[in-house]
Design a protein around this ligand. Structure first.
Ligand code: SAM
Length: 397
Protein backbone atom coordinates (compact mmCIF):
# COMPACT_ATOMS: atom_id res chain seq x y z
CA UNK A 1 0.00 0.00 0.00
CA UNK A 2 1.35 3.43 -0.95
CA UNK A 3 1.33 6.60 1.16
CA UNK A 4 -0.88 9.17 -0.52
CA UNK A 5 1.89 11.79 -0.41
CA UNK A 6 4.07 9.51 -2.58
CA UNK A 7 1.51 9.56 -5.43
CA UNK A 8 1.96 11.99 -8.31
CA UNK A 9 -0.33 15.04 -8.31
CA UNK A 10 -3.10 14.94 -10.92
CA UNK A 11 -3.46 17.75 -13.45
CA UNK A 12 -4.98 21.04 -12.23
CA UNK A 13 -8.33 20.48 -13.98
CA UNK A 14 -8.87 17.21 -12.15
CA UNK A 15 -7.79 18.76 -8.85
CA UNK A 16 -10.34 21.53 -9.44
CA UNK A 17 -13.05 18.90 -10.15
CA UNK A 18 -12.11 17.12 -6.90
CA UNK A 19 -12.38 20.42 -4.97
CA UNK A 20 -15.88 20.96 -6.46
CA UNK A 21 -16.90 17.42 -5.54
CA UNK A 22 -15.62 17.99 -2.00
CA UNK A 23 -17.74 21.14 -1.75
CA UNK A 24 -20.87 19.26 -2.74
CA UNK A 25 -20.05 16.45 -0.26
CA UNK A 26 -19.57 19.08 2.47
CA UNK A 27 -22.95 20.56 1.58
CA UNK A 28 -24.61 17.15 1.77
CA UNK A 29 -22.99 16.40 5.15
CA UNK A 30 -24.21 19.76 6.50
CA UNK A 31 -27.70 19.21 5.13
CA UNK A 32 -27.80 15.73 6.71
CA UNK A 33 -27.07 16.92 10.23
CA UNK A 34 -23.27 16.57 10.08
CA UNK A 35 -22.88 12.92 9.01
CA UNK A 36 -23.37 10.74 5.92
CA UNK A 37 -22.88 7.00 5.63
CA UNK A 38 -19.72 5.78 3.92
CA UNK A 39 -21.93 4.12 1.29
CA UNK A 40 -23.36 7.52 0.35
CA UNK A 41 -19.85 9.03 0.35
CA UNK A 42 -18.59 6.24 -1.94
CA UNK A 43 -21.57 6.71 -4.26
CA UNK A 44 -20.76 10.42 -4.59
CA UNK A 45 -16.99 9.89 -4.92
CA UNK A 46 -17.48 7.37 -7.74
CA UNK A 47 -20.69 8.41 -9.49
CA UNK A 48 -21.66 12.06 -8.71
CA UNK A 49 -22.67 13.34 -12.16
CA UNK A 50 -19.75 14.99 -13.96
CA UNK A 51 -17.44 14.83 -10.92
CA UNK A 52 -17.28 11.30 -9.49
CA UNK A 53 -14.43 8.98 -10.41
CA UNK A 54 -16.33 6.93 -13.01
CA UNK A 55 -18.57 9.83 -14.00
CA UNK A 56 -15.71 12.18 -14.87
CA UNK A 57 -12.72 10.12 -15.84
CA UNK A 58 -13.39 7.69 -18.65
CA UNK A 59 -9.65 6.97 -19.01
CA UNK A 60 -9.52 5.22 -15.66
CA UNK A 61 -9.00 1.65 -16.74
CA UNK A 62 -6.81 0.37 -19.49
CA UNK A 63 -3.40 -0.99 -20.30
CA UNK A 64 -0.37 -0.19 -18.16
CA UNK A 65 1.03 3.28 -18.57
CA UNK A 66 -0.88 6.11 -20.18
CA UNK A 67 -3.38 7.76 -17.86
CA UNK A 68 -5.08 4.63 -16.53
CA UNK A 69 -5.32 3.68 -12.85
CA UNK A 70 -5.80 -0.09 -12.92
CA UNK A 71 -6.02 -3.07 -15.26
CA UNK A 72 -8.87 -5.57 -15.40
CA UNK A 73 -8.87 -9.06 -16.96
CA UNK A 74 -10.42 -7.97 -20.30
CA UNK A 75 -7.79 -5.22 -20.58
CA UNK A 76 -4.94 -7.76 -20.41
CA UNK A 77 -5.68 -8.99 -23.93
CA UNK A 78 -8.31 -10.97 -25.84
CA UNK A 79 -7.89 -14.38 -24.16
CA UNK A 80 -10.13 -13.72 -21.14
CA UNK A 81 -13.05 -12.80 -23.40
CA UNK A 82 -12.31 -15.61 -25.84
CA UNK A 83 -12.44 -18.14 -23.00
CA UNK A 84 -15.54 -16.68 -21.37
CA UNK A 85 -17.17 -16.73 -24.81
CA UNK A 86 -16.91 -20.53 -24.86
CA UNK A 87 -19.08 -20.78 -21.74
CA UNK A 88 -21.56 -18.23 -23.07
CA UNK A 89 -21.80 -19.90 -26.48
CA UNK A 90 -22.28 -23.32 -24.86
CA UNK A 91 -25.28 -22.14 -22.84
CA UNK A 92 -26.58 -19.63 -25.40
CA UNK A 93 -26.75 -22.33 -28.04
CA UNK A 94 -28.15 -25.10 -25.81
CA UNK A 95 -30.78 -22.83 -24.24
CA UNK A 96 -31.55 -20.74 -27.35
CA UNK A 97 -31.02 -17.44 -25.50
CA UNK A 98 -30.85 -14.58 -28.02
CA UNK A 99 -29.86 -11.80 -25.60
CA UNK A 100 -26.55 -11.10 -23.83
CA UNK A 101 -26.53 -8.35 -21.18
CA UNK A 102 -23.31 -6.88 -19.80
CA UNK A 103 -23.31 -4.79 -16.62
CA UNK A 104 -20.61 -2.15 -16.07
CA UNK A 105 -18.82 -2.48 -19.39
CA UNK A 106 -15.87 -0.18 -18.57
CA UNK A 107 -13.88 0.68 -21.69
CA UNK A 108 -16.04 -1.57 -23.90
CA UNK A 109 -13.13 -3.92 -24.43
CA UNK A 110 -14.94 -7.01 -23.09
CA UNK A 111 -17.99 -6.31 -25.26
CA UNK A 112 -15.86 -5.97 -28.40
CA UNK A 113 -13.71 -9.03 -27.68
CA UNK A 114 -16.69 -11.16 -26.63
CA UNK A 115 -18.62 -10.37 -29.82
CA UNK A 116 -15.55 -11.11 -31.93
CA UNK A 117 -14.94 -14.40 -30.13
CA UNK A 118 -18.61 -15.43 -30.23
CA UNK A 119 -18.68 -14.80 -33.98
CA UNK A 120 -15.64 -17.10 -34.34
CA UNK A 121 -17.54 -19.76 -32.34
CA UNK A 122 -20.45 -19.34 -34.72
CA UNK A 123 -22.93 -18.31 -32.04
CA UNK A 124 -23.90 -14.67 -31.74
CA UNK A 125 -26.62 -13.10 -29.60
CA UNK A 126 -29.17 -11.12 -31.59
CA UNK A 127 -28.72 -8.29 -29.07
CA UNK A 128 -25.80 -7.36 -26.82
CA UNK A 129 -27.23 -4.94 -24.25
CA UNK A 130 -24.95 -2.86 -22.02
CA UNK A 131 -26.15 -1.42 -18.71
CA UNK A 132 -23.71 1.26 -17.54
CA UNK A 133 -24.28 3.86 -14.80
CA UNK A 134 -21.63 6.33 -15.99
CA UNK A 135 -22.42 8.49 -19.03
CA UNK A 136 -18.69 9.05 -19.60
CA UNK A 137 -17.96 5.31 -19.61
CA UNK A 138 -20.92 4.75 -21.93
CA UNK A 139 -19.46 7.27 -24.41
CA UNK A 140 -16.13 5.43 -24.27
CA UNK A 141 -17.93 2.11 -24.90
CA UNK A 142 -19.73 3.63 -27.89
CA UNK A 143 -16.39 4.68 -29.39
CA UNK A 144 -14.98 1.17 -28.88
CA UNK A 145 -18.03 -0.56 -30.38
CA UNK A 146 -17.90 1.75 -33.42
CA UNK A 147 -14.58 0.12 -34.39
CA UNK A 148 -16.22 -3.33 -34.66
CA UNK A 149 -17.38 -4.83 -37.95
CA UNK A 150 -20.89 -3.45 -38.70
CA UNK A 151 -22.35 -6.97 -38.44
CA UNK A 152 -21.26 -7.05 -34.77
CA UNK A 153 -21.67 -3.37 -33.86
CA UNK A 154 -25.32 -3.28 -34.94
CA UNK A 155 -26.19 -5.84 -32.24
CA UNK A 156 -25.06 -3.57 -29.39
CA UNK A 157 -27.58 -1.41 -27.48
CA UNK A 158 -27.32 0.60 -24.27
CA UNK A 159 -30.17 0.19 -21.81
CA UNK A 160 -31.10 3.03 -19.46
CA UNK A 161 -33.03 0.65 -17.24
CA UNK A 162 -33.57 -3.08 -16.90
CA UNK A 163 -36.77 -4.40 -18.48
CA UNK A 164 -39.33 -5.80 -16.03
CA UNK A 165 -38.69 -9.29 -17.43
CA UNK A 166 -36.00 -10.65 -19.73
CA UNK A 167 -34.46 -14.01 -20.69
CA UNK A 168 -30.71 -13.67 -21.20
CA UNK A 169 -27.12 -14.50 -20.64
CA UNK A 170 -25.70 -11.92 -18.23
CA UNK A 171 -22.07 -11.01 -17.55
CA UNK A 172 -20.38 -8.54 -15.22
CA UNK A 173 -16.64 -8.31 -14.70
CA UNK A 174 -15.49 -6.28 -11.68
CA UNK A 175 -18.83 -4.53 -11.40
CA UNK A 176 -19.94 -5.79 -7.97
CA UNK A 177 -16.73 -4.48 -6.36
CA UNK A 178 -17.50 -0.99 -7.68
CA UNK A 179 -20.84 -0.75 -5.85
CA UNK A 180 -21.00 1.35 -2.66
CA UNK A 181 -20.41 -0.47 0.63
CA UNK A 182 -21.30 0.38 4.22
CA UNK A 183 -18.37 0.49 6.65
CA UNK A 184 -18.80 -1.07 10.10
CA UNK A 185 -16.37 -0.63 13.00
CA UNK A 186 -16.30 -2.78 16.12
CA UNK A 187 -15.64 -1.33 19.57
CA UNK A 188 -16.01 -2.91 23.01
CA UNK A 189 -19.79 -2.34 22.88
CA UNK A 190 -20.47 -3.78 19.43
CA UNK A 191 -20.64 -2.67 15.80
CA UNK A 192 -21.19 0.92 14.67
CA UNK A 193 -21.73 2.30 11.21
CA UNK A 194 -18.68 4.34 10.18
CA UNK A 195 -19.50 7.39 8.12
CA UNK A 196 -18.09 10.70 7.02
CA UNK A 197 -18.34 14.05 8.82
CA UNK A 198 -16.30 17.29 8.84
CA UNK A 199 -13.43 17.92 11.24
CA UNK A 200 -13.19 21.28 13.08
CA UNK A 201 -11.03 22.64 10.23
CA UNK A 202 -13.77 21.65 7.74
CA UNK A 203 -11.96 18.67 6.14
CA UNK A 204 -13.60 15.30 5.56
CA UNK A 205 -13.17 13.03 8.57
CA UNK A 206 -14.30 9.62 9.77
CA UNK A 207 -17.11 9.53 12.33
CA UNK A 208 -18.83 6.52 13.85
CA UNK A 209 -22.61 6.64 13.97
CA UNK A 210 -25.39 4.51 15.33
CA UNK A 211 -24.94 1.00 16.73
CA UNK A 212 -25.92 -1.68 14.22
CA UNK A 213 -26.56 -5.41 14.34
CA UNK A 214 -23.86 -7.33 12.46
CA UNK A 215 -25.55 -8.62 9.30
CA UNK A 216 -23.15 -11.59 8.87
CA UNK A 217 -22.92 -14.16 11.65
CA UNK A 218 -19.27 -14.68 10.67
CA UNK A 219 -18.49 -11.10 11.77
CA UNK A 220 -18.40 -12.51 15.32
CA UNK A 221 -14.91 -13.82 14.36
CA UNK A 222 -13.58 -10.27 14.00
CA UNK A 223 -11.91 -8.79 17.12
CA UNK A 224 -12.65 -5.44 18.78
CA UNK A 225 -10.98 -2.72 16.70
CA UNK A 226 -11.97 -4.36 13.39
CA UNK A 227 -13.42 -2.52 10.43
CA UNK A 228 -15.29 -4.33 7.68
CA UNK A 229 -17.75 -3.70 4.89
CA UNK A 230 -21.30 -4.78 4.17
CA UNK A 231 -22.66 -4.82 0.66
CA UNK A 232 -26.17 -3.41 0.57
CA UNK A 233 -25.96 -2.05 -2.97
CA UNK A 234 -24.50 -5.23 -4.51
CA UNK A 235 -27.11 -7.38 -2.76
CA UNK A 236 -29.95 -5.08 -3.83
CA UNK A 237 -28.58 -5.25 -7.39
CA UNK A 238 -28.61 -9.08 -7.30
CA UNK A 239 -32.13 -9.03 -5.81
CA UNK A 240 -33.35 -6.87 -8.71
CA UNK A 241 -31.65 -9.14 -11.22
CA UNK A 242 -33.28 -12.16 -9.58
CA UNK A 243 -36.66 -10.49 -9.81
CA UNK A 244 -36.35 -9.63 -13.49
CA UNK A 245 -34.31 -12.42 -15.04
CA UNK A 246 -36.72 -14.99 -16.42
CA UNK A 247 -34.79 -17.86 -17.96
CA UNK A 248 -31.09 -17.27 -18.04
CA UNK A 249 -27.56 -17.51 -16.70
CA UNK A 250 -25.63 -14.72 -14.97
CA UNK A 251 -21.85 -14.88 -14.54
CA UNK A 252 -20.10 -12.38 -12.27
CA UNK A 253 -16.31 -12.30 -12.02
CA UNK A 254 -14.69 -10.39 -9.20
CA UNK A 255 -12.26 -10.47 -6.28
CA UNK A 256 -13.76 -11.67 -3.04
CA UNK A 257 -14.48 -14.54 -0.71
CA UNK A 258 -17.18 -16.56 1.04
CA UNK A 259 -18.30 -14.83 4.29
CA UNK A 260 -16.25 -17.08 6.58
CA UNK A 261 -13.05 -16.04 4.77
CA UNK A 262 -14.15 -12.43 4.40
CA UNK A 263 -14.46 -12.24 8.16
CA UNK A 264 -11.25 -14.08 8.96
CA UNK A 265 -9.62 -12.37 11.97
CA UNK A 266 -6.54 -11.66 9.83
CA UNK A 267 -8.74 -9.45 7.64
CA UNK A 268 -9.72 -7.22 10.56
CA UNK A 269 -8.82 -4.07 8.61
CA UNK A 270 -11.45 -4.81 5.95
CA UNK A 271 -10.95 -4.84 2.20
CA UNK A 272 -11.57 -1.24 1.17
CA UNK A 273 -8.88 -0.14 -1.34
CA UNK A 274 -8.25 2.87 -3.55
CA UNK A 275 -6.38 2.83 -6.86
CA UNK A 276 -4.64 5.59 -8.70
CA UNK A 277 -2.03 5.31 -11.44
CA UNK A 278 -1.58 1.54 -10.86
CA UNK A 279 -0.82 2.02 -7.17
CA UNK A 280 -3.02 1.19 -4.18
CA UNK A 281 -3.66 3.48 -1.21
CA UNK A 282 -6.04 3.22 1.73
CA UNK A 283 -7.47 6.72 2.18
CA UNK A 284 -10.80 7.03 0.36
CA UNK A 285 -11.37 10.52 1.84
CA UNK A 286 -8.26 11.90 0.09
CA UNK A 287 -9.04 13.96 -3.03
CA UNK A 288 -12.49 12.44 -3.72
CA UNK A 289 -13.17 11.59 -7.33
CA UNK A 290 -9.51 11.08 -8.22
CA UNK A 291 -9.04 7.48 -7.07
CA UNK A 292 -11.07 4.37 -7.62
CA UNK A 293 -12.62 3.05 -4.40
CA UNK A 294 -13.43 -0.64 -4.20
CA UNK A 295 -14.15 -3.42 -1.74
CA UNK A 296 -13.93 -7.18 -2.14
CA UNK A 297 -17.17 -9.04 -2.83
CA UNK A 298 -18.94 -11.12 -0.18
CA UNK A 299 -19.92 -14.02 -2.42
CA UNK A 300 -22.02 -15.68 0.32
CA UNK A 301 -24.13 -12.52 0.40
CA UNK A 302 -24.44 -12.57 -3.40
CA UNK A 303 -25.53 -16.23 -3.36
CA UNK A 304 -27.99 -15.55 -0.53
CA UNK A 305 -29.58 -12.56 -2.30
CA UNK A 306 -29.85 -14.58 -5.51
CA UNK A 307 -31.46 -17.58 -3.82
CA UNK A 308 -33.84 -15.36 -1.87
CA UNK A 309 -35.01 -14.03 -5.24
CA UNK A 310 -35.52 -17.53 -6.65
CA UNK A 311 -32.30 -17.94 -8.64
CA UNK A 312 -30.23 -21.09 -8.39
CA UNK A 313 -26.55 -21.04 -7.51
CA UNK A 314 -25.12 -22.93 -10.52
CA UNK A 315 -21.43 -22.69 -9.70
CA UNK A 316 -18.71 -20.88 -7.78
CA UNK A 317 -15.01 -21.32 -8.35
CA UNK A 318 -11.73 -19.48 -8.76
CA UNK A 319 -11.08 -17.52 -11.96
CA UNK A 320 -8.15 -19.87 -12.72
CA UNK A 321 -10.30 -23.00 -12.42
CA UNK A 322 -13.14 -21.47 -14.43
CA UNK A 323 -10.89 -20.36 -17.29
CA UNK A 324 -8.94 -23.62 -17.39
CA UNK A 325 -12.20 -25.62 -17.35
CA UNK A 326 -13.43 -23.51 -20.27
CA UNK A 327 -10.29 -24.31 -22.28
CA UNK A 328 -8.03 -21.29 -21.74
CA UNK A 329 -4.96 -23.30 -22.81
CA UNK A 330 -6.61 -24.32 -26.11
CA UNK A 331 -7.56 -20.70 -26.64
CA UNK A 332 -3.92 -19.70 -26.04
CA UNK A 333 -2.64 -22.36 -28.44
CA UNK A 334 -5.04 -21.24 -31.16
CA UNK A 335 -4.05 -17.60 -30.65
CA UNK A 336 -0.34 -18.49 -30.88
CA UNK A 337 -0.96 -20.51 -34.04
CA UNK A 338 -2.59 -17.48 -35.64
CA UNK A 339 0.54 -15.36 -35.05
CA UNK A 340 2.74 -14.84 -38.14
CA UNK A 341 5.55 -17.03 -36.70
CA UNK A 342 3.09 -19.65 -35.42
CA UNK A 343 3.46 -21.52 -32.16
CA UNK A 344 7.11 -22.17 -33.06
CA UNK A 345 7.84 -18.51 -32.42
CA UNK A 346 6.37 -17.96 -28.95
CA UNK A 347 9.20 -15.56 -28.10
CA UNK A 348 7.78 -13.00 -30.54
CA UNK A 349 6.53 -9.97 -28.67
CA UNK A 350 2.88 -10.80 -29.41
CA UNK A 351 3.36 -14.39 -28.26
CA UNK A 352 5.05 -13.33 -25.06
CA UNK A 353 2.21 -10.89 -24.36
CA UNK A 354 -0.37 -13.65 -24.81
CA UNK A 355 1.53 -16.03 -22.54
CA UNK A 356 2.02 -13.27 -19.94
CA UNK A 357 -1.70 -12.51 -19.91
CA UNK A 358 -2.49 -16.19 -19.27
CA UNK A 359 0.00 -16.21 -16.42
CA UNK A 360 -1.66 -13.14 -14.89
CA UNK A 361 -5.17 -14.57 -15.31
CA UNK A 362 -4.47 -17.93 -13.65
CA UNK A 363 -1.45 -17.57 -11.38
CA UNK A 364 -2.60 -17.96 -7.78
CA UNK A 365 -0.49 -14.97 -6.72
CA UNK A 366 -2.06 -12.77 -9.42
CA UNK A 367 -5.74 -12.99 -10.39
CA UNK A 368 -6.15 -16.77 -10.44
CA UNK A 369 -7.22 -17.40 -6.85
CA UNK A 370 -8.39 -14.05 -5.43
CA UNK A 371 -10.80 -13.60 -8.35
CA UNK A 372 -13.85 -15.86 -8.39
CA UNK A 373 -16.62 -16.63 -10.84
CA UNK A 374 -20.17 -17.12 -9.60
CA UNK A 375 -22.92 -18.53 -11.82
CA UNK A 376 -26.56 -17.80 -11.00
CA UNK A 377 -29.50 -18.85 -13.11
CA UNK A 378 -33.04 -19.94 -13.64
CA UNK A 379 -34.35 -22.66 -15.96
CA UNK A 380 -30.91 -23.63 -17.26
CA UNK A 381 -30.50 -27.35 -17.96
CA UNK A 382 -27.17 -27.22 -19.82
CA UNK A 383 -24.18 -28.30 -17.70
CA UNK A 384 -21.68 -25.47 -17.25
CA UNK A 385 -18.21 -26.30 -18.58
CA UNK A 386 -16.57 -23.64 -16.39
CA UNK A 387 -17.53 -25.45 -13.18
CA UNK A 388 -16.99 -29.04 -14.38
CA UNK A 389 -14.20 -29.46 -11.82
CA UNK A 390 -13.33 -27.51 -8.70
CA UNK A 391 -16.83 -26.16 -8.01
CA UNK A 392 -16.82 -24.58 -4.53
CA UNK A 393 -20.52 -23.71 -4.27
CA UNK A 394 -20.75 -25.47 -0.90
CA UNK A 395 -18.41 -22.84 0.59
CA UNK A 396 -21.17 -20.25 0.15
CA UNK A 397 -23.78 -22.07 2.30
C1 SAM B 1 -14.14 -1.61 -12.18
S1 SAM B 1 -15.00 -1.09 -13.61
C2 SAM B 1 -14.98 -2.60 -14.55
C3 SAM B 1 -15.16 -2.35 -16.03
C4 SAM B 1 -15.14 -3.58 -16.93
N1 SAM B 1 -16.20 -4.50 -16.63
C5 SAM B 1 -13.82 -4.28 -16.91
O1 SAM B 1 -13.75 -5.38 -16.38
O2 SAM B 1 -12.84 -3.73 -17.41
C6 SAM B 1 -16.67 -0.97 -13.02
C7 SAM B 1 -17.68 -0.54 -14.07
O3 SAM B 1 -19.00 -0.78 -13.59
C8 SAM B 1 -19.80 0.39 -13.76
N2 SAM B 1 -20.89 0.27 -12.76
C9 SAM B 1 -20.83 0.39 -11.44
N3 SAM B 1 -22.01 0.13 -10.84
C10 SAM B 1 -22.85 -0.23 -11.84
C11 SAM B 1 -24.23 -0.64 -11.88
N4 SAM B 1 -24.96 -0.73 -10.78
N5 SAM B 1 -24.77 -0.93 -13.07
C12 SAM B 1 -24.04 -0.82 -14.21
N6 SAM B 1 -22.75 -0.42 -14.24
C13 SAM B 1 -22.15 -0.13 -13.07
C14 SAM B 1 -18.79 1.51 -13.62
O4 SAM B 1 -19.25 2.75 -14.12
C15 SAM B 1 -17.63 0.94 -14.44
O5 SAM B 1 -17.83 1.07 -15.83
Amino acid sequence: MERTDSLAAPDPARLQASAELQQSIHAEIDASGGWISFARYMELALYAPGLGYYAAAPGVLGAWGGSSDFVTAPELGPLFAATLARQLAQVGRAEALPLLVEFGAGSGRLACDLLTALAALDWLPQTYAIVEVSAAMRARQQQAVATLAPELARRVQWWDALPERFDALVVGNEVLDAMPVQLLARDAHGWHERGVARSPDGALAWADGAAVVAPRSTMAQLPVGSVTETHGAAQAFIATLAERLGRGLALFVDYGFPAAEYDHPQRSGGTLRCHRAHRAHDDPLWQPGLSDITAHVDFSGVAHAARAGGLQLLGYTSQARFLLNCGLLDVLRDALLRLPGGVAAPSDRAGVQLAASVQKLVNENEMGELFKVIALGRGIAAPLAGFASGDRSAALD
